[in-house]
Design a protein around this ligand. Structure first.
Ligand SMILES: Nc1ncnc2c1ncn2[C@@H]1O[C@H](COP(=O)(O)OP(=O)(O)OP(=O)(O)O)[C@@H](O)[C@H]1O
Ligand SMILES: O=P(O)(O)OC[C@H]1O[C@](O)(CO)[C@@H](O)[C@@H]1O
Ligand SMILES: [Mg+2]
Length: 328
């Protein structure tokens, strides 16, 4: 490899934590070490950058974390980084330490911040997609999504046991403030009667038609999976509306919540995190900046951050159709 474009890099985790962030951090630190690049960890996302909360990291600083959920660097949603003054403080710390490249592990908000930081101060930045939401263009999956999906699936399977035993209808809310990927795939995987996601315009009449069709085939219990960001109504309102039209239904609501963000990363997430962490460091070394390292069709690819956040991963409408056909 020709001479590296960076000599001293920093890495941070930001936004909602995601299983596999630690595996990505490990990959960044150890790849940097392999290529003789100094590496600093930044605590608590962009807040640590603003407050100068850096720690020098070497191969042993990331021992025993490949299998750990959460992020040992901790994460934050930093309001101050959204201000010019906050970013100036962050840049001053980078200059003081001689940081010439920054690896930002997080979601679309984290990438937006990284892009602005790069454009304002010229410091090299590279994004690693770490979010359970899977809402980033330029990578087939984001780190943490597979684990969260499996956590949601396991939980809904358990709800199915009790729903079936009591002939009940369950509205289950899964995470995704603006994205329906977890809802769509966990719903398909658990045989949900209906799946409601923010990317699609849903109607209560369609939902009720599904209930009626299910009744006709003798279905005695049902699960409806609803993304947190569903626009039609939240799970409690959906349950209330349904009860009005179907007074005989015994309805319950379950919100899976933050359990979906925790836990040991799946094999797929650990492999993805290792490959993208490696790709982030080698990308910076090759002089890449303002891009995200992603995995598409099993290949490491770099996408401009602008595209990664603007294009948003597309929902596969076929999955909704398949789910509808198979659920009744
Ligand atoms: N417009 C912006 N300008 C500067 N910084 C930003 C901007 N948007 C987001 N950030 C920074 O990125 C952080 C993380 O963003 P956000 O809270 O949206 O999470 P995320 O990275 O999208 O992850 P997830 O959606 O998985 O929780 C914000 O708290 C903020 O510090
Ligand atoms: O933990 P917080 O800050 O309430 O954020 C919750 C949001 O974060 C996410 O889990 C993504 O990290 C979204 O799915 C969810 O809407
Ligand atoms: Mg986000």
């Amino acid at each position: 490899m020709k001479e590296s474009a960076v000599k001293k890099i920093a890495v941070l985790t930001s936004g909602g934590d995601a299983p596999g962030m630690n595996a990505a951090l490990r990959a960044v630190v150890r790849t940097a070490n392999y290529y003789d690049i100094e590496c600093y960890g930044v605590r608590e996302g962009y807040n640590g950058l603003i407050n100068g909360d850096f720690l020098k990291m070497g191969p042993r600083s990331v021992k025993n974390i490949i299998n750990q959920g959460g992020t040992i660097l901790k994460s934050a949603r930093s309001m101050e980084f959204k201000t010019k003054e906050g970013r100036q403080k962050a840049y001053d710390h980078c200059v003081r330490l001689g940081i010439d490249g920054l690896v930002c592990i997080g979601g679309d908000g984290t990438f937006t911040g990284a892009k602005i930081f790069n454009e304002e101060f010229g410091i090299r930045v590279i994004g690693v997609p770490g979010t359970i939401d899977n809402d980033i263009f330029g990578t087939d999956n984001t780190i943490g999504y597979d684990t969260a999906l499996n956590t949601a699936m396991d939980a809904i399977d358990k709800i199915r046991d009790t729903a079936t035993s009591h002939n009940r209808v369950f509205f289950v809310e899964v995470m995704g403030r603006d994205a329906g990927f977890i809802a769509l795939n966990s719903g398909l995987a658990t045989g949900a009667l209906d799946i409601l996601i923010p990317e699609r315009k849903d109607s209560i009449e369609d939902l009720f038609t599904n209930f009626r069709n299910a009744e006709k085939t003798g279905k005695a219990s049902s699960i409806v999976v609803v993304a947190e960001g569903e626009k039609l109504a939240n799970v409690y309102e959906l349950a209330e509306k349904t009860k009005k039209d179907f007074p005989d239904y015994d309805i319950r609501v379950a919100i899976l919540g933050h359990m979906q963000r925790g836990g040991s990363p799946s094999c797929a997430d650990r492999v993805l995190a290792s490959r993208l962490g490696y790709g982030a460091v080698t990308g910076l070394m090759e002089g890449k900046t303002n891009v995200m390292a992603g995995m598409r069709s099993n290949d490491l690819v770099y996408t401009p951050i602008e595209e990664a956040i603007k294009k948003h991963n597309e929902i596969n409408e076929d999955l909704l159709l398949i789910s509808k056909i198979l659920a009744i």
